[in-house]
Design a protein around this ligand. Structure first.
Ligand code: LMR
Length: 344
């Protein structure tokens, strides 16, 4: 009985060990040690808060890539300038310390003046028109213009129209800006806009903007509702004019060497992840801005000025000359392609 029992236990153990081994084999087969996916951690750095189209797009991209790669590819997102701010995220992308950024295109006018496009006053009426431009031939050419730096523009993500906030007075007509100083995302066309309206401007990194407004370094700034609300600029600004005169639009930029070095299986997943992020960022932009606008109204902490169509027309007329000034800088063909879309 004892011997038979020991034999039984021995056989049972053997069966358990063998079945465990065979399970292990199939697991390594499934995970495909040879599915070709390279294990890696990708870093995505950006400057805005979590409750924004950019961060929601980045989250969708992360979720897709991590799931479809069975966790072999990890995506770390660093929001709120927590890793790098406006000044250094581009250099760190060039150095491949991070693999993705999605900066406001108007910050790249120094690299290529065609990145002034989102700042042409009252050009696109909505996200769809901006998307059509950046997905089109001219937009794609501009996004591909950073290759000398080893940077590749993959896909445009919209945020939306910008609105003016300031701490001095309600702005209802062009003359109301006279003598005020505004923060801009970048120079050139944005600077020209303020100059045309008799105001001054200074380019300040997004991560330093709250303090700059609080300390009165500048009187005001222009941004989307979601950026204003999520960064609490309304706490340090008295007035907001709903203008929609310029836009915040982004592109996903990656390091070309990193991108070209991905094998097919890995690139397929990362590319599909970016497409997923693009879908979400594009779908969420308007509703996140609408929600932020409602929150700003509810906050009661900023006086909101909604312009009449006649008042908007006054700003449009006052800023019309900048189109002539930037026609050659940006390129007549590019501006005409955009105007064609804006008429639809
Ligand atoms: C800003 O700097 O105001 C914005 O462009 C930030 C952003 O990335 O939306």
């Amino acid at each position: 009985m004892g011997k038979k029992y020991s034999l039984f236990v021995f056989l049972l153990m053997l069966v358990l060990v063998l079945s465990a081994c065979s399970k292990d084999d199939s697991a390594s087969g499934d995970a495909g040690s040879d599915d070709g996916i390279t294990e890696m951690t990708l870093k995505f750095s950006h400057v805005v808060a979590e409750n924004t189209p950019k961060h929601q797009g980045a989250l969708a991209m992360k979720e897709y890539i991590e799931k479809e790669s069975d966790g072999k590819i990890k995506v770390e997102i660093y929001p709120n300038s927590s890793l790098f701010g406006d000044q250094d995220e581009y250099q760190n992308l060039v150095a491949n310390n991070i693999q993705f950024i999605a900066p406001d295109l108007s910050k790249f006018v120094g690299n290529n003046p065609q990145f002034n496009m989102p700042s042409l006053p009252f050009l696109f009426a909505n996200d769809e028109q901006a998307i059509e431009f950046w997905d089109g031939e001219k937009g794609q050419e501009i996004l591909s213009s950073l290759t000398d730096d080893g940077v590749l523009g993959i896909s445009m993500w919209p945020n939306g129209g910008k609105h003016l906030t300031n701490d001095e007075r309600p702005i209802k007509e062009p003359a109301d800006l006279k003598g005020l100083k505004f923060r801009t995302q970048g120079g050139q066309l944005l600077e020209t806009i303020y100059k045309t309206l008799g105001a001054g401007s200074e380019s300040i990194p997004f991560g330093e903007l709250y303090t700059a407004l609080d300390q009165g370094v500048v009187d005001g700034q222009e941004n989307t509702f979601s950026n204003i609300e999520s960064k609490k600029f309304h706490e340090v600004q008295k007035y907001m004019t709903v203008m929609n005169h310029t836009r915040v639009d982004y592109a996903i930029f990656t390091n070309t060497k990193f991108w070209d070095g991905l094998n097919d299986a890995t690139k397929e997943i990362v590319e599909a992840g970016i497409a997923e992020g693009t879908k979400v960022a594009r779908a969420e932009a308007k509703s996140l801005n609408d929600q932020a606008y409602e929150k700003l109204k509810e906050s009661g902490s900023i006086e909101i000025i909604e312009l009449t169509p006649e008042q908007v027309e006054e700003f449009r007329n006052a800023l019309a000359p900048v189109y002539d000034e930037y026609r050659d800088v940006i390129g007549a063909d590019v501006i005409d392609a955009a105007l064609e879309i804006s008429k639809k």
